[in-house]
Design a protein around this ligand. Structure first.
Ligand code: SF4
Length: 906
């Protein structure tokens, strides 16, 4: 801890992406927490992206689940912890007795701390005796795990973040790093600024914000990655760009991999055609790869989330092995994890096909080791159900009780309506969460309150194998408890020994000890080893600095960590060699058709995280992308009868949703992109998970989120509108709505199909204004013939609610109106503006947010570019601050510079 002038600052770790940035949190009382980057954390060296910077806006108790609850015929009712846990114990015991241990399951999350994860896994695999524990990390990186295991013999990420800066060429595959791992992207951007000759290649069907920095963008057809990398392998072999010593001494399987690659991919022209890219661009990539020694190929969800995800990973690794580009500074394949603790989950065996401490379920010696170490009564001896299969088994009735922890599968899984159906049939659904209202909690019979970020204590491991502490700096609210403690309490009630931990530090110690147990070259060697952190005192654990594994102690007791793996050319397979894997290219499982002619790709937006249960609370993050959208090519939009700015119905064989059409400029003909964040809590019908095909990779079980055949049609409405309201509203009667968190208000974007006979009466009813409020200060304008209506509800000259309706999209700036909600009293000028439906004062409308850190809008930036004659991002930052903090908006500022300058020149 650091003692500041008047408040304690606590060093902790950001709970969002796998970069794992260090955060300095300073609670100021009354729920206010100052957030800053931790300058001493090696991952971010003091920087935070906009999501990390806004953490202080997400720690309020609004909407929190604070007490255990049980659902009965009258709905949810508060119960004691004893009562809730006894109910679960009674149900699990009865089900296990009658149907066996595989009839119960845990579905957990990469949001859990490693200690929580460790207990959950120990409970299921060693005591219940079933491997039916899977995690939402299955959805983001299980293909990387499987690829690593095939190539290296263990799930190992060879490189560290410094390697990105040391490389001469970074290849980003299926990664919009500028938005999804912004701090890593900025590290690359700074390295490139210092060494402009450093090359950045982006391989992605979309022209995303990441491409703004790219020297070369290959917009490959979705799903053709294996063709591209098999083509590269074939090319490298053909021109002799091979390291024969490395291949000969440290690898197996090149001939078979090469033979497969040569079958379809030896002709670059044919590969370019299949990948839908220009041949010169393909050759530029191949030639640069061959000519550069220090290459990092970083890959993310665009590679993993595919029915061929594991092969895609191995086709990338093959290209590094052939030239020996691994185990040395500045080179190697690099899987970047999506979640803050996906890596920690892998350490403890959080996936249904793994054991703790990187041991294997199908190895009897590993099972025996673990059973002895745990003194466990009943070890699972076969893989459990992976995420998608698990929810199918629940619907089929073979799994009768599921306990869902820190995740929201009714929104996030593919074919998400099937998940809802499954939970409706399940005998007992338990949900542990920090929020009261989620789509998944609505299906639960028992709700258990967990501690959230800032309240809980433990460790997480980031994408470069660095273990960091998440520390508590806020009191536990209500009756919320840490997840590890809830699970230990449950285990003890089940009669299991081995769960009598009195602190999270003891759990960590057992996890660290297990990693080193019988972990020697002549026994059962595993590269995953953090035994050097075993035996820490409580205060040493509390003060633990970010530490990479492997972390062992030498003979003199000194802690030795390994930044970069495979430096000695030894891999984790029994013979010490890496494996080339023959990867036969195959197309996505479901092809587009006449009925579903477009390919749906899903992903994240810059300022939101997962299903918005936390980031959705932050007004700072809400504005950048306020509504769910479908990004598509203008010609496809024309062909399918939809227009930018209007709503479209998007449907697949599995489900349907509504989203606003946009042309971001980065989508190829035949593709569409929809973000993943909206749930039933934030929009009437914008859960894209419901549309995604439940197809998985046969090796990893990871779903194909990046390719589902889809149809896009007009969503006809008769009016559009929006409301800003200090009170929460119930909008179930409206055909389409989205809720957006504002500062002291909620904004609702609306569209309706109904005919409104009397605007005033209808609006008052919707806004919850009773007749007794009939004489409230109510500014109203109506043009019946044009169908235009606006009304403002004021109390003591302070704006309380406003509503705007029109048959067209031509409505006032929300940014201007949001500004009025910040005022204690409206001026006469403001009132005039409300009547005419636009700001009267110059500069009052900043426009949609571009820079969330400083709240700088598009209009402000464009105006500055025009009037101040600005030509660079640095000049924009100096003038209006935008881009001066986390840098996530720099790609957008570049676009605005280009656009505004072009308009000025026209
Ligand atoms: S890049 Fe942003 S979201 Fe990711 S860990 Fe760092 S601050 Fe958090």
């Amino acid at each position: 801890m650091i003692l500041s002038q008047a408040h304690f600052s606590v060093r902790t770790t950001c709970p969002y992406c796998g970069v794992g940035c260090g955060v300095k949190a300073t609670p100021k009382g009354d729920g206010v927490v100052d957030i800053a980057g931790d300058i001493d954390h090696p991952a971010n060296q003091g920087r935070l992206c906009v999501k990390g910077s806004a953490l202080g806006e997400t720690v309020s108790l609004d909407g929190r689940l604070l007490y255990p609850q049980v659902r009965d015929d009258d709905g949810l009712r508060r119960v004691s912890w004893d009562s809730a846990l006894d109910k679960i114990v009674a149900s699990w015991r009865a089900i296990i007795d009658e149907h066996g241990p595989d009839a119960v399951a845990l579905y957990v999350s990469g949001q859990l701390l490693t200690e929580d994860y460790y207990i959950a896994n120990k409970l299921m695999k060693g005591y219940v005796g079933s491997a039916n524990i899977d995690t939402n990390s299955r959805l983001c990186m299980s293909s990387a795990v499987a690829g690593h295991k095939r190539a290296f013999g263990e799930d190992l990420v060879p490189v560290c973040y410094d390697d990105l800066e040391l490389s001469d060429m970074v290849v980003l595959v299926g990664s919009n790093m500028a938005w999804c791992h912004p701090i890593l992207f900025q590290r690359i951007a700074r390295a490139k600024e210092n060494r402009p000759e450093m090359k950045l290649v982006v391989i992605d069907p979309r022209r995303s914000a990441t491409c703004e920095l790219a020297d070369l963008h290959l917009p490959i057809k979705p799903g053709t990655d294996v063709w591209l990398f098999n083509g590269l392998l074939s090319y490298l072999a053909r021109i002799g760009a091979v390291d024969p010593a490395f291949v000969g001494q440290h690898t197996n399987g090149l001939d078979a991999a090469l033979q497969t690659a040569n079958e379809d991919c030896s002709d670059p022209a044919a590969v370019a055609k299949i990948c839908r890219i220009e041949l010169p661009a393909l050759m530029e990539f191949y030639e640069s790869f061959a000519a550069t020694a220090k290459i990092i190929t970083a890959f993310s969800m665009g590679v993993n989330q595919s029915s061929a995800g594991t092969d895609k990973v191995n086709s990338i690794i093959n290209c590094h092995l052939i030239g020996g580009r691994i185990g040395k500074p500045g080179m190697g394949p690099f899987s970047i994890t999506g979640q803050p603790n996906a890596m920690g989950g892998r350490e403890v065996g959080g996936l249904a096909n793994m054991l703790a401490a990187h041991m294997e379920l199908d190895r009897a010696d590993h099972r025996d080791l673990l059973q002895t170490f745990w003194d466990a009564p009943r070890m699972a001896d076969r893989p459990g159900l992976k995420a998608v299969d698990l929810f199918h088994a629940i619907e089929a009735g073979t799994v009768k009780a599921v306990w869902i922890i820190a995740t929201n599968p009714v929104v996030s899984l593919p074919d998400a309506d099937q998940v809802k159906r499954a939970l409706a049939k399940c005998e007992l659904v338990v949900a542990t969460d920090i929020m009261q209202n989620t789509d998944t909690n609505a299906c639960a019979h028992v709700l258990l309150p967990a501690l959230g970020w800032g309240e809980k204590d433990g460790t997480v491991t980031n994408s470069e194998r660095r273990v960091s502490r998440q520390r508590a700096f806020l009191p536990a609210p209500g009756e919320a408890r840490p997840d590890w403690q809830i699970l230990c309490d449950f285990a003890q009630r089940m009669g299991y020994t081995g769960f009598d931990f009195s602190s999270v530090h003891q759990v960590f110690d057992e996890h660290a000890r297990l990693s080193g147990h019988r972990n020697t070259a002549d026994d059962m060697p595993r590269a995953f080893d953090m035994s050097g952190l075993a035996g820490l005192s409580r205060s040493d654990y509390d003060g633990l600095q970010p530490t990479q594994w492997p972390a062992r102690r030498d003979a003199s007791g000194q802690l030795r960590i390994t930044e970069r793996l495979f430096e000695d050319g030894r891999f984790a397979h029994a013979d010490g060699k890496a494996r080339f894997v023959a990867t036969s290219p195959r197309a996505p499982a479901n092809a587009v058709s006449q009925d579903y002619p477009l390919a749906l790709n899903t992903g994240r937006v810059r300022d939101q995280w997962h299903t918005m249960t936390r980031t959705g609370k932050s007004p700072k993050l809400a504005d950048h992308v306020a509504e769910c959208f479908i990004d598509m090519h203008p010609q496809d939009a024309l062909l399918h009868g939809v227009r930018a700015g209007e709503l479209a119905r998007v449907s697949t064989r599995w489900g349907a949703m509504v989203a606003r059409v946009q042309h971001g400029g980065g989508i190829a003909r035949g593709d569409v992109f929809v973000p993943i964040h909206w749930s039933g809590q934030t929009a009437s019908d914008a859960r894209v998970g419901a549309l995604v095909n439940p197809v998985v990779d046969p090796v990893s079980g990871e779903p194909e989120f990046k390719h589902t055949p889809v149809r896009v049609e007009q969503f006809r409405v008769s009016w559009h509108g929006f409301i800003l309201s200090r009170a929460e509203l119930d909008l179930d009667s409206i055909a389409h709505w989205t809720r957006i968190q504002g500062r002291e208000f909620a904004r609702y974007e609306l569209a309706g199909r109904n005919t409104i006979a009397d605007f005033g009466t209808w609006a008052r009813s919707l806004l919850g204004l009773a007749d007794t409020d009939a004489d409230a200060d109510w500014i109203e304008y109506e043009d019946r013939s044009a169908g235009v209506y606006r009304a403002v509800h004021l109390v003591d000259d302070r704006i309380v609610q406003c509503i705007f309706l029109s048959p067209r999209q031509d409505m006032p700036s929300r940014a201007w109106l949001a500004g009025l909600f910040a005022k204690e009293r409206l001026s006469e000028v403001d009132r005039v503006g409300l009547l005419v439906g636009q700001p009267v004062e110059k500069g009052a409308d900043a426009g949609p947010t571009v820079c969330s850190c400083f709240g700088v809008g598009r209009n402000t930036i464009c105006e500055a570019i025009r009037t101040q004659n600005l030509h660079s991002v640095q000049q924009v930052t100096a003038c209006v601050k935008a881009g001066g903090n986390c840098g996530s908006c720099v790609p957008e500022i570049k676009q605005l510079l280009a656009l505004t300058r072009a308009e000025a020149a026209a």
